[in-house]
Design a protein around this ligand. Structure first.
Ligand code: SF4
Length: 348
């Protein structure tokens, strides 16, 4: 595992390391669990967010030993504190005190806001958005890079901006998240967005359950926006009403093997609750999108094509071309209504 820091010019190989860790994650041998812990800790200085994402994504399967040691490394930079295990404070992952990592607004509050849904099937609906932090991709045009593009990573975006994770993440138990929502509105429509919200799917399931328990008379509508690389579990699927899946194309600058996960896409394509939304920048994107639709058996009437745009001028410049393609091929067109109404701002 020490090859992490000795290969690839000394910067490690996060993808290969995490693949090996994932393959061995359920191995009962203590020596294997020690090796996983070692590998993940070695990776922390090179790619913290990859390690954090791995822990969140595999929370149910990662052993207590790995959680304790890696979490300590993430917090203190060391495996153990002086004084040995007795000095270690209880760690969230071990005790399962569930706190969600949400995007943090400049005033410290979580990014939860009441607005009008601007995209896809529910466009125009009054909706409460809850934005989670962390993503497993690194799209170069991402408009929410403050959820993942940390200063100590080498991901590049069009804006060139990097962020300090401690400035951009707020961790909250679901009860507090529900309280924030209650302070804003009693709107029953929700969109869970990110980052990549399915990295925290168990928490969303718990949050939906909590809303229903606390408001038994209310008829909620829960949607999630996801990049389609992670398969939702049964508990989550029972609770969610609508999945808005946005598989990422080559225009993101992300390697295909990271952004296209066949197992997840095949599963998502079979769900009645799934819509697929593709962000179209150039004519090459049409062909790439059509290939994915064909490869994964995605229904045409479930496909929305949306112009890549972060301003009204960009929307106007790109919309007609996308709309014409939709007319010719039986896909649905999606505007970005929130850009027209509010501009490219956070929390609106
Ligand atoms: S998947 Fe979405 S949140 Fe993640 S980097 Fe790409 S655009 Fe940004």
């Amino acid at each position: 595992m020490a090859l992490n820091t000795k290969s690839r010019g000394g910067k490690g190989d996060p993808e290969r390391t995490l693949k090996v860790c994932k393959a061995l994650i359920s191995d009962p041998e203590i020596i294997v669990q020690k090796a996983i812990s070692w590998a993940l800790r070695e990776l922390v200085p090179w790619d913290r967010s990859a390690v954090e994402t791995f822990l969140d994504q595999h929370d149910e399967n990662v052993s207590a030993l790995v959680k304790r040691e890696v979490k300590k490394k993430l917090v203190t930079g060391k495996k153990n504190q002086p004084g040995g295990f007795a000095a270690i404070e209880p760690c969230q992952h071990v005790l399962r005190i569930r706190e969600m990592k949400l995007a943090r607004m400049p005033d410290g509050s979580p990014e939860i806001f009441h607005t009008i849904q601007g995209e896809g099937r529910s466009i125009g609906m009054p909706t409460i958005f809850i934005r989670s932090s962390l993503c497993n991709l690194h799209c170069q045009w991402c408009d929410t890079a403050y959820t993942w593009n940390w200063e100590d990573t080498n991901f590049a975006t069009e804006s060139g901006k990097k962020y300090r994770r401690e400035d951009q993440i707020v961790s909250l138990p679901i009860e507090e998240i529900a309280n924030h929502v209650g302070d804003i509105s009693d709107c029953p429509n929700f969109v869970f967005t990110g980052g990549e919200p399915l990295l925290q799917q168990r928490d969303w399931t718990a949050l939906m359950k909590y809303f229903r328990k606390e408001n038994p008379e209310q008829t909620f509508h829960f949607e999630i926006e996801t990049n389609g690389t992670l398969a939702p579990n049964d508990g989550f699927l029972e609770s969610i009403h609508q999945l808005n899946i946005s598989p990422k194309l080559a225009n993101t600058g992300v390697a295909e093997k990271l952004r296209i996960k066949p197992d997840a896409l095949f599963q998502l394509a079979t769900l009645e609750k799934s819509d697929f939304k593709f962000v179209i920048e150039s004519d090459a994107d049409f062909a790439e999108m059509q290939q994915l639709v064909s490869d994964f058996g995605i229904r045409h009437d479930r496909v929305f094509l949306m112009p890549k745009a972060n301003s009204i001028d960009e929307l106007d410049a790109n919309s007609n071309r996308v709309a014409d393609f939709c007319k010719d091929h039986g896909f649905r067109f999606s505007d970005r209504l929130h850009i027209r109404l509010f501009g490219a701002k956070r929390g609106v």
